[in-house]
Design a protein around this ligand. Structure first.
Ligand SMILES: *Cc1c(COP(=O)(O)O)cnc(C)c1O
Length: 393
């Protein structure tokens, strides 16, 4: 193929461009009507009560950790097979990251590994869990919620890979990733390789009104303009019988993590096509699955799974380096997700070392993410499949 095939890429349509131009020509560049429209549509899509648009997925994680009051000395559990931001948000607040291992079949945070950590320490040692719907496969949060309740923990679901993904709960109901049924908060990213692109961008979803109000404040410097929340007097504020129009209060130490209105317009426009994109991702996964079935040098992520949102199509292979390099010579740019987080030099300084998380480390030796994005053509997909198989024959 002449054209390079990346592992993931955005799809910008004329409608998307139109939506951004319209917003650029409006009165608002930041925090205008498109923010609320995007938040409302996103909450509806996911099935959560509230959504808060923020500058990026990492900012979303940071605000979640702040809203749940992660503080120095407290421990939070996450998976090593994720983007570093899932763990880093704990460190931003001075908390300690404790890595569980993964399930070697699903590549998701392993329930028993988390349970073992909790059982090994006195109640109160851990504050929360950050499960990640890695590659787009939904974590069974119903199970984790029960464990969290037992140990009085909160859950932040990192759903960056899984908008539109779901799992089926014990009563047979579909539970959408990020719907807040089993987690206090969930976060999404709108980085260009993710399902919905807004350039940079992120979203927090929740069903908890208190957390929602706190997040709104934290997103904008800790400032509120809601006069029912004011603590200074009307007299101090400079009013007579009411708070004057200019008045506002900074009540907590927040940040500027706002999304711009034109990014929200792009996100909203993209959201309208989310189901089409998801359908195409699932079709691509089914074709990979079919083509690789029974081949001894490839191990899939447990076959085609219901509710999988296929942000990534991950396989485990023999001679991963050889395949990776060969694909590059054929203009196919596969990627590795992820280098185990606990073995990043930053986390090694806290004592994490090789051998600590054997399943995650074993997975890293063999994993490779093949091209997966809605505009990948059938011809390109076939070329990727043929090229992978050719390498091994
Ligand atoms: C992309 C991603 C993030 C961070 O999102 P940004 O918008 O890039 O800050 C966090 N967690 C996971 C699992 C991601 O894939």
């Amino acid at each position: 193929m002449e054209k390079a095939i990346p592992y993931g890429r955005q799809n910008i349509t004329p409608e998307d461009i139109e939506a951004v131009i319209t917003t650029l020509q409006s009165d608002y560049l930041t925090q205008g009507p498109m923010i609320a429209a995007f938040e409302e549509a996103f909450a509806h899509y996911i099935g959560s009560r509230y959504a808060v648009a923020v500058a990026n997925g990492t900012a979303a994680l940071h605000l979640c950790a702040l809203a749940l009051e992660v503080t120095p000395g407290q421990k939070v559990i996450t998976t090593p097979i994720t983007f570093a931001a899932s763990a880093n948000c704990v460190r931003y607040c001075g908390g300690e990251v404790v890595f569980a291992d993964i399930d070697p079949e699903t590549y998701l945070i392993d329930y028993d590994s988390v349970k073992k950590l909790l059982e090994a320490s006195p109640q109160g040692t851990y504050q929360g869990i950050i499960p990640v719907d890695f590659a787009g496969r939904a974590v069974d949060l119903e199970k984790f919620k029960a464990l969290a309740a037992q140990y009085n923990l909160w859950i932040i679901e990192d759903s960056c890979h899984s908008p539109g993904g779901y799992f089926i709960d014990s009563e047979g109901n579909q539970q959408n990733c990020g719907n807040g049924a089993f987690a206090e908060l969930a976060i999404f990213s709108f980085h260009p390789v993710k399902h919905i692109a807004s350039g940079e961008g992120g979203m927090i979803t929740t069903n908890d009104k208190k957390l929602y109000d706190r997040l709104l404040q934290l997103r904008t410097h800790g400032i509120t303009k809601n006069d029912t929340l004011y603590t200074n007097s009307i007299e101090f504020a400079g009013g007579d019988t009411y708070y004057p129009g200019w008045y506002m209060e900074m009540q907590t130490l927040g940040f500027n993590y706002r999304l711009t209105d034109f990014q929200a317009a792009l996100g909203l426009s993209q959201l309208k096509r989310a189901d089409d994109g998801l359908g195409r991702r699932r079709a691509i996964a089914a074709q990979y699955e079919q083509a690789f079935k029974g081949l001894p040098f490839i191990k899939g992520q447990s076959g085609v799974v219901e509710g999988h949102a296929y942000h990534l199509y991950v396989i485990e292979v023999e001679d991963r380096l050889g395949l990776y390099n060969y694909l590059r010579t054929q203009n196919i740019f596969a990627q590795i997700h992820y280098i185990p987080c606990h073995l990043m030099p930053y986390y090694r300084q806290f004592g994490w070392k090789e051998g600590d998380k054997p399943f995650a480390e074993q997975y890293y030796k063999h994993c490779i993410s093949l091209p997966m994005y809605p505009t990948l053509t059938d011809e390109e997909l076939q070329f990727v499949i043929d090229t992978v198989i050719r390498y091994y024959s």
